[in-house]
Design a binder for this molecule. Structure first.
Ligand code: 13P
Length: 256
């Protein structure tokens, strides 16, 4: 089975509405219209979701939109949080869950990641589940074990058909925003382990179907080598997604 590659741009806390509209228009123009061989996803901040979707709708673009985070409760007294129903109604197809910046800065736990994944799939949305080790963990020689633990915790208690709605992103923390990319072999070693773990948890068919992305200083110079690896099905990109020229190059790299 051949998996549809995915290129997702995580804008993080960048772009006001006016900046987001310009970037989406530029991107939509550069990506052309006639393609169905890669799934392109933009992950803007909450305030930009609607404006970005409006531009994409106007352009009849196939580009999808994801939130960067979501809360698992349906509604109520949770000041500052956004529910799955809210991002679904606005038109999001996915939400990123468990990005290392949320785990580190906002102390998100494996348990809260699992609750968010469950809330998303229950509503028919997909989760882009981030896993990845720190430099300390890698230097200790326990990166594979650590990342496997994160994956198992994130997907605990899911049914195979719900797990299949999700995407996994391997993002080694030491490679995020540092310009220091994992080598294709380092990334492939972890991504192969992730697919094997999915096969153990949910069966071979689910593992074959699931997209596994690499994230961490992916750019136009290293994308081809990373995508050449058999278990890397695309990218979750930060810095290089903030310019239409570089992000559209990364999308095109998926189409070869
Ligand atoms: P950079 O591409 O800027 O390293 O960020 C990666 C990332 O964290 C995407 O979620």
């Amino acid at each position: 089975m051949t998996r549809l590659p995915m290129m997702a741009g995580n804008w993080k806390m960048n772009n006001t509405i006016s900046e987001a509209v310009v970037l989406t228009q530029e991107l939509s123009y550069q990506l052309e219209h006639d393609w169905d061989d890669v799934e392109v996803v933009l992950c803007p901040p909450y305030t930009d979701l609607k404006p970005v979707l409006t531009v994409l709708d106007y352009d009849k673009s196939a580009v999808k939109v994801a939130a960067q985070n979501v809360f698992w409760e349906e509604k109520g007294a949770f000041t500052g949080e956004i529910s799955v129903r809210m991002i679904k109604e606005i038109g999001c197809a996915y939400s990123i869950v468990g990005h290392s910046e949320r785990r580190e800065i906002f102390e998100e736990s494996d348990e809260s990641v699992n609750k968010k994944v469950k809330a998303l799939v229950a509503a028919g949305l997909g989760a882009i589940v981030c896993v990845g080790e720190s430099l300390f963990v890698r230097d200790e020689g326990i990166a594979l074990m650590f990342v496997e633990g994160q994956l198992r915790a994130a997907f605990a208690g899911l049914e195979p058909n719900d797990a299949a709605k999700c995407v996994v992103a391997y993002e080694p923390i030491w490679a995020i925003g540092t310009g220091r990319t994992a080598t294709p072999e380092q990334a492939e070693e972890v991504c192969a382990m992730l697919r094997e773990t999915i096969a153990h948890m949910f069966g071979g068919a689910c593992a074959e179907e699931m997209r596994i992305l690499y994230g961490g200083s992916m750019n136009t110079g290293n994308v081809d080598m990373l995508l050449a690896m058999p278990n890397i099905d695309g990218g979750l990109v930060g810095g290089a997604s903030l310019e239409a020229a570089s992000f559209s190059q990364l999308v095109k790299a998926c189409r070869k």
